[in-house]
Design a protein. Structure first.
Length: 117
C-alpha cells in the first residue's frame, strides 16, 4: 500500500512517499460511545456516532533510505500537524510518537479531521 506524509504548508522537502506501509495500523477506528452503570444494575449507553477525529493512524514501514528517515524526523520535530494520505482518504493530524528499530519506522498520528471531503 502506498502512503504519503506531507508538511501542512509549503516545504521543498515536505513530502515522504511510503511504498510498503503495513495496512493493519491504518484500519482501526472507534465510535463515540460511553456507558454509565445505573442503580438498577443495568447500563445507560450513549452513542454519539463515528468521527474521523477519533482515529489513530499507526504508520509502520521499512524506510527506503537514510534521507527518508531524516526527513520524517525533521517534519515530526518541525510541524505540530502533518497530512497523511492513503487509499482511504486524506487526513490532517498531530504526530504523537516516532520510533524506529533496525528494520522499520513507526509514526503514530492522532487524526484531527479528514480533509478530502
Amino acid at each position: 500500500m502506498m502512503l504519503f506524509i506531507t508538511a501542512p504548508e509549503f516545504d521543498l522537502n515536505g513530502l515522504v512517499t511510503v511504498n510498503n506501509v503495513d495496512p493493519r495500523g491504518l484500519a482501526d477506528f472507534s465510535r463515540r460511545v460511553s456507558r454509565t452503570a445505573t442503580l438498577d444494575g443495568e447500563a445507560e449507553i450513549n452513542d454519539f456516532g463515528y468521527s474521523d477525529a477519533d482515529r489513530v493512524l499507526s504508520i509502520e514501514w521499512t524506510p527506503s533510505s537514510k534521507d527518508q528517515v531524516d526527513n520524517v524526523i525533521r517534519m515530526v520535530k518541525a510541524y505540530g500537524r502533518l497530512i497523511v494520505a492513503f487509499e482511504e482518504g486524506c487526513f490532517i493530524g498531530a504526530p504523537e510518537n516516532y520510533s524506529e528499530t533496525t528494520e522499520s519506522i513507526r509514526l503514530v498520528v492522532l487524526v484531527e479531521r479528514r480533509i478530502d471531503q
